[in-house]
Design a binder for this molecule. Structure first.
Ligand SMILES: [Zn+2]
Length: 308
């Protein structure tokens, strides 16, 4: 946690500093909470938007380091895109409060909540925040299913057009172009993973259920006992025996997760640790959504082939 008042003071000084000279024709300022949403916004916004992500590609989207510069960015935003379903609850609300920008308030045309309309997986029937679980309203890691991305980019085109009506035809054209490409890529990705239908994997965090459902894989365990709770020796022992019993050898970790823990489990299960990021840009050559999905599919297919 951080001190909101100190952040606000620092940000106020930055916000107050005026532009020097005449500003050039201004692009629509779009802020996304995470790099995956930012990459999609760039596809739809094209040249007429300036897109910034608050979280770094290597940061856990649940636990982003709040900075005064984030308040300034939010203060100047025309559009804010968040994941919703409490993905950013630990860090975004105080930043928004300090940024004081009605254009991006909930319900405004300048606010897009990506999860809207997405069929949530893993909605808990009971929930105890005090135990540290961070998936209170369902699983927020839905963008690795291309079918969910369809809904999210359509929302982006709609809201961008409301905020910047003059460029609406461009947003519509970019949306069409993106969807056409996505429709061509999805069967390609499915074909690459088809030989591994039903294959079992383990992931560090509960961040692959949407991907697993779309591409017919089965996540049998997570190294975290609950989303956001660090692995305990007792839980890891259970995971190891389950992996041994089911002959599961692939463990997926993201850059901000504890790779050493995954390596320990891999040593005892004849397993491999796969470095996969769901955020574009965390791994070289994955700056766009398509490059990222190509990477995830290829990396999993290669590992599953090697461990067949
Ligand atoms: Zn999560």
């Amino acid at each position: 946690m951080f001190n909101v008042h100190l952040l606000t003071l620092a940000a106020a000084a930055l916000i107050a500093s005026p532009f020097s000279g005449t500003p050039p024709a201004r692009k629509l300022s779009v802020v996304a909470t995470t790099p995956d949403l930012a990459a999609l916004a760039r596809e739809i916004g094209g040249d007429v938007v300036d897109v910034k992500a608050l979280a770094k590609p290597t940061e856990d989207p649940h636990f982003v380091d709040a900075k005064p510069s984030h308040i300034v960015t939010l203060n100047r935003a025309d559009v804010l895109i968040d994941g919703g379903v409490e993905l950013e609850i630990g860090w975004l609300p105080p930043l928004l409060e300090s940024a004081r920008n009605d254009k991006i308030a909930a319900g405004a045309p300048g606010r897009i909540s990506a999860s809207q309309g997405v069929r949530m997986l893993e909605i808990p029937t009971s929930f105890d925040r005090s135990r540290g679980d961070v998936h209170a309203l369902g699983n927020p890691h839905f963008l690795v299913d291309p079918q969910n991305v369809r809904l999210v980019v359509a929302q982006m085109a709609d809201h961008f057009s409301q905020v910047d009506a003059a460029d609406a035809p461009l947003f519509k054209a970019n949306l069409q172009k993106f969807l056409t490409r996505l429709d061509a890529k999805l069967p390609e990705w499915q074909k690459q993973l088809a030989p591994f239908r039903g294959a079992k994997i383990v992931t560090y965090h509960k961040d692959f259920p949407y991907f697993a459902e779309r591409f017919n894989l089965e996540v049998i365990e997570n190294l975290e006992p609950k989303p956001g709770i660090a692995p305990s020796p007792a839980h890891l022992a259970q995971v190891i025996s389950k992996m041994q019993a089911d002959k599961v050898h692939v463990i997926v970790v993201q850059p901000f997760q504890n790779r050493k823990t995954a390596e320990t489990v891999a040593r005892q299960t004849d397993g491999v640790v796969l470095d996969i990021s769901q955020q574009p840009g965390a791994i070289k050559g994955t700056d766009t959504y398509f490059d990222l999905m190509d990477y995830i599919v290829r990396t999993l297919a290669t590992a599953l082939q090697g461990k067949k």
